[in-house]
Write a protein that binds this ligand. Sequence first.
Ligand SMILES: C[S@@+](CC[C@H](N)C(=O)[O-])C[C@H]1O[C@@H](n2cnc3c(N)ncnc32)[C@H](O)[C@@H]1O
Length: 251
Amino acid sequence: MVYHISNLEFGPEVGVGAPRSDAEVVTAWLDCIASMVDDLRELRLIDGATARTVESDSRSIDGLISKESVDAVITSPPYPNEKDYTRTTRLESVLLGFVQSKENLRTVKRGLMRSNTRNVYVGDMDDRWVVGHESIQRIASAIESRRIELGKTSGFERLYAKVTKLYFGGMARHLQSLQRVLRPGAMLAYVVGDQASYLRVKIPTGQILVEIAESLGYSCVGIDLFRTRLATATREQLREEVVVLQWRKRR
Ligand SMILES: C[S@@+](CC[C@H](N)C(=O)[O-])C[C@H]1O[C@@H](n2cnc3c(N)ncnc32)[C@H](O)[C@@H]1O
């Protein structure tokens, strides 16, 4: 639907292009089904594990998964990059009935990590988790000073510093809520990218994530470079990395 039939464009932000007068629907659908069938045929040969999907907020998973039952976490969480993830998947969310009204959409957004100024709400308090975290506070102050220096006064721009603190506070909450469900020795991998979306102030996401994790009793096994990306505004290479952690301590 999204890639073959709709008029959505990804550049990489999602946009709406000119309506199409026609599109090949059945062939695109059939190709996807064929690829799923191929996958299933291949997977039949593997002695797999059972899977369970939990629709929830990763910042409060401790009540949803049994205590000390998780050996590994591998995830690509949001980055503080001004991306509204509900926009990326809006069409399928509506067509599949996950979002039926504006109120519905707001509920979904509230359950997400704060990673863009469009999902910051009055009463958000994740920033409290990083009040004493020096490098996050320094970056947030640098963003706010740059905003004032450049005379930027829009509602969104005023929220840049706040959303940065809310983002890392949310990640801290997530890592804390995981502590109870992880088995000692569990390994974790987080794909995250450095950012410079907020008035070009560089946010070394992976490095800060390690600082937060270490303060919560995790050890950093390594930060593997996954790829680099050219920041269009600053022409600087930004790192995308896999932060590998290990859970050692029980609190
Ligand atoms: C960088 S994207 C990863 C997308 C994923 N790899 C995929 O292919 O669909 C981050 C994802 O985290 C989800 N997300 C944001 N906040 C979350 C939360 N509190 N709990 C669980 N997932 C969340 C977003 O909706 C988004 O789909």
